[in-house]
Design a protein around this ligand. Structure first.
Ligand SMILES: [Zn+2]
Length: 101
């Protein structure tokens, strides 16, 4: 008698594992690792705690960890863009006030 067990490849190391496996026995990576949008959003709203989240997830849920990190990057770019727009605006304002007054 032969058991028919469905196998699949691990998301990370391509080891043959059972289709029902949640975690790869070889590399320990979670198989349900879609990197949902929610983690990106979490990175945008809570960049500092999401950096910690990235380091705790990067070995077991790499896609999710990267998604959170992308949110953090977006948040940092947004802050930089806002600050530079503010600086540019005040700079232009002082230049124009010298020219037109
Ligand atoms: Zn694996």
């Amino acid at each position: 008698m032969q058991y028919s067990m469905k196998m699949k490849d691990c998301n990370k190391c391509d080891t043959k594992i059972l289709e029902t496996s949640m975690i790869c026995p070889n590399c320990g990576v979670y198989q349900a690792d879609e990197g949902h949008f929610g983690y990106w959003l979490l990175g945008v709203i809570f960049p500092f705690s999401s950096i910690l989240l990235y380091f705790s997830l990067k070995d077991i849920k790499p896609k999710t960890a990267v998604r959170a990190l992308k949110g953090v990057k977006f948040s940092i770019y947004f802050i930089i863009a806002t600050v530079s727009a503010y600086i540019l605006e005040s700079l232009l304002e002082s230049i124009f006030s010298h020219i037109f007054i």
